[in-house]
Design a protein around this ligand. Structure first.
Ligand SMILES: O=C(O)CCC(=O)C(=O)O
Ligand SMILES: [Fe+2]
Length: 335
């Protein structure tokens, strides 16, 4: 795999002395620590829309599908001066404000829509929605530029603004994203589709967003596969009928939810699993298939995120999808 080019030795408080291999260039812009060499593919791409070379596209797509995090250290999102009032944890009723790009609607915002006779009032819902709309469109042009082979099959789902400090947040173990996990949505089943996410650190004080990245999905699936139980027939249809899910929860969705929970519930796994800490600087962007990349967000405040869904048959290498990997382990179709 390209992307690993030299070996460095790191000593991290609380961890043993370890040798990691990382992409040379990554070290300049992101701080990588710990014990496991994640696939971090750096791409110097300072704008949201311009196509990159065919060779870079081929590499990026292949590596992303293999579980790499694509790191764009120079790609910042410009926040307008009149959007600055949104940079307070009080704009969100809970952790995040969500944005539906198909309607422009916000969810979870605590700000009031104070309408000014002249224009949008800074700090209003309209202004917050406009900021998220601009980010959502920028993220869509970025993935179109970087992964043109996915084309229109890549569906744009929700975006979010994350104004809360992550470190020290009180929450249940299941909602605790400071524990290593793969993404799986309880209320919105994906029926095998991939979850591709674009993250941009918009911290105004220059603070990094600190993540841990865990072992490859194949290893996670092997480790926990035996504990994952196939759901009862028709349970997926029932969950939709009673309104717990928006669409049918497939066997795949049920297994991925269990995997998410097994990982988070296992405290020994959390500390002992192969993992690497990485700090994404303010003003940088990163992209990953988060249904495949084991990750945990440890610290940081103010982030924008856009989710995309991709059918498995639109991938260059569908056999790398969690769906196909779990189907191989379970020896049966899961959607
Ligand atoms: O907010 C972050 O940096 C990532 C949190 C996370 O794991 C998630 O949203 O699934
Ligand atoms: Fe996550």
């Amino acid at each position: 795999m390209s992307g690993f080019s030299r070996t460095v030795t790191c000593v991290v408080p609380g961890f043993s002395r370890t040798v990691v291999e990382v992409h040379d260039a990554c070290l300049a812009d992101a701080t990588v620590r710990d014990s496991f060499p994640p696939m971090i593919r750096r791409l110097n791409h300072p704008n949201w829309g311009t196509r990159v070379s065919a060779a870079a596209i081929e590499d990026c797509t292949a590596e992303l599908e293999q579980g790499a995090v694509l790191f764009l250290p120079e790609l910042a999102f410009d926040v307008r001066w009149d959007e600055k009032p949104h940079f307070s944890p009080t704009v969100a009723a809970a952790k995040n404000v969500s944005f539906d790009p198909s309607t422009g609607r916000l969810g979870g915002a605590a700000v009031k829509n104070v309408r000014d006779a002249q224009a949008e009032t800074p700090g209003s819902l309209d202004s917050l929605s406009a900021m998220l709309g601009r980010f959502s469109a920028a993220a869509a042009s970025l993935v179109d530029a970087l992964f043109p082979t996915y084309g229109p099959r890549l569906q744009r789902a929700r975006a979010s603004f994350r104004p809360a400090e992550i470190a020290g947040r009180q929450t249940t173990w299941r909602h605790d994203d400071t524990r290593l996990h793969i993404d799986s949505f309880p209320a919105t089943p994906v029926q095998g589709r991939r979850i591709l996410r674009v993250f941009t650190n918009v911290n105004p004080d220059g603070r990094s967003r600190s993540w841990r990245i865990g072992e490859p999905f194949e290893d996670v699936a092997q480790r926990f596969g035996g504990q994952l139980r196939l759901p009862l027939p028709f349970s997926g249809v029932m969950l939709k009928a009673v309104g717990i899910t928006r669409s049918r929860r497939s066997a795949y969705d049920a297994l991925m939810l269990q995997l998410h929970d097994r990982m988070k519930a296992d405290l020994e796994y959390q500390t002992k699993a192969p993992q690497t800490a990485i700090d994404f600087p303010a003003g940088s962007t990163w992209i990953a298939f988060t249904d495949r990349v084991s990750h945990a967000a440890m610290a940081g405040q103010y982030q924008l995120e856009q989710t995309f869904l991709l059918p498995v048959d639109a991938m260059e290498q569908p056999e790398r999808s969690p769906l196909r990997i779990l189907e191989r382990i379970k020896k049966r179709a899961l959607v």
